[in-house]
Design a protein. Sequence first.
Length: 290
Amino acid sequence: MISLNLKKKLKSAGGQMVLDLKLTIEKGQFVTLFGESGAGKTSTLRMLSGLLKPDSGLIEVGETTWFNSDENIDLKPQQRKVGYVFQDYALFPNMSVRQNLEYALHKGQDKAIIGELLQFAELNELEQRKPETLSGGQKQRVALARALVQRPEILILDEPLSALDLKMRIKLQEYLLQVHRKYKLTTILVSHDIGEIVKLSDKVFELHKGRVIKKGAAADFFGLNKTSAKFRFSGEVLKIQKEDVIYIVSVLIGNDIVRVVSDPIEAAQLKVGDQVLVASKAFNPIIQKL
């Protein structure tokens, strides 16, 4: 179990913000930190991994204390069993794929893990290539494999798929689930993609101005269990247009735009940019703000 009770003064777009965080993550869970930009999600990941020092508080992982301001305990990042995957991959450009993985080895660690990860991530044919010759999806697989070299207990994913196209995102979402299950990890993801969150996560924590304001199982969190519709998709409102006595709401779902008929009451609750659930029940369209 991971237990965090932390305080940290942070600078945000709106000025200074005090992150006052209390949350508990069960061992083996796949959880997502959700919320608007500047809410404190990445700062939380950085404090857990040891890259950012809290002003005060406590971090406990299992029976081990990683940080305790009262007892002056602050384990170094390399002492924490964390694998961290960044949005921009953070690969060494002058090293091959294999060398990037080998660089992450502990001193004296068995190199057999490198071959295992190259095979699991389907990187064997790419192991001598430099990052500049790889596609975005290939680079992300290398970054994930490198994060697993030291056999971490916790995998941290800071919007790892946001720069990829939809087809590659879907493929790597499956890969993330395989990694999580194969290596029996506790995984913490930051993402704004609701479909991705629902697909991957056991639990969601919503942060707002440095505090957890909502939590729950992913489907319940986004209200996806409120309807027994035959199909359901999440997307983003692109346009709301009035036609006679009804409204037509254009919703971006993946790479497709779906036009949904909406009554004035539904349409009044929506604005361009909203994340919505589009569903069908008894041949009637349903559009619900998330």
